[in-house]
Ligand binder design. Sequence first.
Ligand code: FES
Length: 248
Amino acid sequence: MRLNLKIWRQAGPNAAGRLVDYVAENVSPDMSFLEMLDVVNESLLRKGEESIAFDSDCREGICGMCSLVVNGVPHGPDRGTTVCQLHMRRFKDGDTITIEPWRARAFPVVKDLVVDRSAFDRIIAAGGYVSINCGGAPDGNAIPIPKDVAEAAMDSAQCIACGACVAACKNASAHLFMSAKISQLALLPQGDAERERRVVAMIEQADAEGFGSCSNEAECEAVCPKEIPISNIAKMTREYVRAVLAAK
Ligand code: FES
């Protein structure tokens, strides 16, 4: 396949960016989207030009590093898929593909297609954990958890913190990300003791980072590669109200 690419190039956080046209030749339908970009980069390097910066690590949908908006959709056209799992067979010979970074004030562009997502780390550091005194590993049967509760917690735990929910949201809200973490920990007995402090601290940190609020349009759910449902946001809101009432 021969593809026309329009790729966002930006030299640094404070530099002006623009879409630059490239042609990708001899693209195999079996290539992943990131492998296609690797091939484009190799051809740029052969010509003595600067390669296109983009993030990736696991390339199998686990780490949440890949963060490309493909034709206006975070992670591209396939539902429940990270962009590293997207394959070129999804496109046709002669297609034009526009590739941009996540767009959100809280995710500033570092270079080209790479954004700084450390705001998510600071939200987790504000409360997205369980404080425990480490001792010997307890017997698994000492803390019985009903199967449906354990499964709901594991469903929420699938969030890979890629930030696609923020990139898709017109408010640049981090609610789906936060609510997945808050639901997971609030559902389990290990997280119960800190649930009130946690939800308040994480929401305050998200506000401080510049993420917006939720207006229930579900764009986040539509692009989430792990298909985390927005029912988690409703749970987070209940957790927040419960925490505020408990503090009175
Ligand atoms: S590179 Fe790890 S999820 Fe895409």
